[in-house]
Design a protein around this ligand. Structure first.
Ligand code: GTP
Length: 553
């Protein structure tokens, strides 16, 4: 089809608001996938995703749609719904000209959705609001429209009403995509620039790269250059996703496709990188490229020490497919050999742990997640420290800084008090409260990331009976009054159990940990003293030995 008949779009939705159901219907209605070959929810094809009902990795699909007498090519680029992957989301948005904002009309707009809508607006996308689940008796499209207009300032006068489940409003959505989303610019003559929005590792063909050609033309067999990773390859195979891979000879500006070029690891084809021609290079990278920075770290140790090599192999394999996963060996006298691993956020950490246990049959012990602290030393050095055991000695430290995040919580107003209490408990600094409708409010706080790692999200859900949602963004490092909390078992420090905590909380955290250990450590015929200790305990505990618990049999 001519470029004027191409539409590139993605879908922004909160978990469970019906994105997969809607995508299934769009694929069926355009005849892209026949009913009988349709596995339920075609786009989420990872087992774990399907089981947990969440979308983790991005995928894409090309649909052919007749509008009037003309054929249109609609490229859908899927986006993951969780904040840990907001960089990936931003890159797939950058590959589109428009977005469907899908909101459950019986619930309302949620925090993560809003974060993605802001990203879409930053990328100048045309947004089509779709109110889904209008078949439900509790659907209140008018209230939801008001909320969206109130909080994002988006004009929803032409919002679409839809029931993905019943197939209502699907044709109208397809028509709106053609009519309201602009076609890509025609820059086929410019030097090639293609934006990578996803990649995955295939054991037989190497890395498969998903990209959108922004400028120029890519032919099968072309010598290509990746501008950020500075690697060169030959595009052995190129094609489109319909939604299965279908080989083609050439892809032009505006088109979405895949390529394979014997690339060994996804780290060499990072999301956000720009592909250009080896011979005729583009001048500048496409904007927005970022390196993956792990924010949360934890130690992973095999329960059975013999499984150490298997754990290493499994981490290496996962890393082939996950450029954001970082790991290095860690040893401890108490826990043996293991790895210190870095993740984008908590969900990312959970996914990796679960895959290691499930897909690689490993039985693991995980230490408490921690963030990266920045220690300013008296000699002027700055030490980045993701592992409490390498924290410089108190005498060498001048100050410790920790990462802070801004969180936005959206909640029905009955739970405002309880959620504010939660944030305050976690050293949160109140920023703003805004009523977005008579019944719901948005509350913002700034708090240390370390206070969010752990059970913050679970607490938010249980305190709001599941109705509140949240999203967070990293805002930078700030100095805090932090100390190291050591745990001694039988007089010996157990390094992997050491944590960095705020001084005011050290006593409570230490007490909780030691009491728990007392429960967990098997009974012995002798006294096992469990002691919490702080490097600068003199400040806090004059007598120095509060917190020795022992169990005697
Ligand atoms: P993730 O894959 O987790 O992002 O969820 P999703 O947003 O893709 O939601 P999904 O399509 O899996 O739908 C969530 C639930 O809502 C499922 O039980 C669907 O059957 C149901 N659902 C989706 N659309 C509709 C609708 O229009 N009406 C009703 N009543 N239920 C719907």
């Amino acid at each position: 089809v001519p470029i004027s008949n191409i539409r590139n779009f993605c879908i922004i939705a909160h978990i469970d608001h019906g994105k997969s159901t809607l995508v299934d219907k769009l694929l069926q209605m355009t005849g892209t996938v026949q009913q009988r070959e349709m596995k339920e929810q075609f786009l989420d094809n990872m087992d774990l995703e399907r089981e947990r009902g969440i979308t983790i990795k991005l995928q894409a699909a090309r649909m052919r749609y007749m509008f009037g007498n003309e054929a249109y090519c609609l490229n859908l680029i899927d986006t993951p719904g969780h904040v840990d992957f907001s960089y990936e989301v931003s890159r797939s948005l950058a590959a589109c000209e428009g977005a469907l904002l899908v909101v459950d009309a019986s619930q309302g707009v949620e925090a993560q959705t809003l974060a993605n809508v802001y990203l879409a607006l930053e990328n100048n996308l045309e947004i089509i609001t779709v109110l889904n689940k209008i078949d439900l008796p509790g659907a209140e499209p008018d209230r939801v429209v008001k909320e969206i207009e109130e909080i994002v300032g988006l004009d929803c006068s032409n919002a679409m009403l839809c029931s993905a489940k019943m197939g209502i409003g699907i044709i109208e959505i397809l028509n709106a995509i053609v009519e309201r989303i602009p076609p890509p610019n025609d820059t086929a003559e410019s030097p090639l620039r293609a934006l990578i929005f996803d990649s995955y590792y295939d054991p037989y063909r190497g890395v498969i790269v998903y990209f959108r050609v922004i400028d120029g033309t890519l032919k099968k067999g072309d010598r290509i250059h990746f501008m950020a990773s500075e690697k060169d390859y030959t595009a052995d195979e190129i094609g489109v996703l319909s939604p299965n891979q279908l080989q083609v000879e050439e892809l032009y500006s505006g088109e979405v496709g895949y390529l394979s070029a014997s690339i060994r690891s996804v780290a060499d084809a990072r999301v956000g990188d720009t592909i250009t021609h080896y011979g005729r290079r583009a001048e500048n990278l496409l904007p927005g490229y970022e390196e993956a920075t792990p924010m949360v770290f934890c130690g992973l140790f095999p329960v059975d020490a013999d499984q150490y090599p298997e754990l290493r192999d499994a981490l290496e394999k996962l890393q082939l497919n996950d450029a954001a996963l970082k790991f290095e060996p860690e040893t401890s006298s108490a826990m043996g050999f293991g790895f210190r691993c870095g993740f984008l956020g908590l969900l990312h950490m959970e996914i990796v742990q679960e895959r290691l246990e499930r897909e690689y049959n490993l039985n693991l012990i995980t230490t408490a997640p921690s963030v990266v602290y920045r220690v300013n030393c008296v000699d002027g050095d700055t030490v980045e420290c993701s592992n409490p055991s390498i924290l410089p000695e108190p005498g060498r430290r001048r100050s410790i800084e920790e990462p802070f995040v801004k969180i936005d919580m959206l909640t029905p107003k009955d739970y405002i008090g309880s959620l504010m209490e939660l944030a305050q408990d976690r050293r949160g600094e109140f920023k703003e409260i805004k009523f977005i409708s008579e019944i719901r409010a948005s509350i913002s706080y700034e708090l240390p990331l370390s206070e969010m790692v752990g059970d913050f999200f679970d607490q938010l859900k249980s305190r709001s009976k599941g109705y509140a949602s949240m999203e967070y963004t990293f805002i930078g490092y700030k100095e805090s009054d932090l100390v190291k909390l050591d745990i001694q078992i039988n007089g010996e420090c157990v390094e992997p159990l050491a944590t960095i905590v705020h001084k005011d909380k050290a006593y409570a955290v230490g007490r909780a940990l030691t009491l728990r250990l007392k429960e967990l450590i098997p009974r012995h015929m002798f006294k096992v003293p469990i002691q919490k200790d702080m490097t600068n305990k003199r400040d806090l505990w004059a007598d120095g030995d509060i917190g020795t618990y022992s169990r005697r049999c």
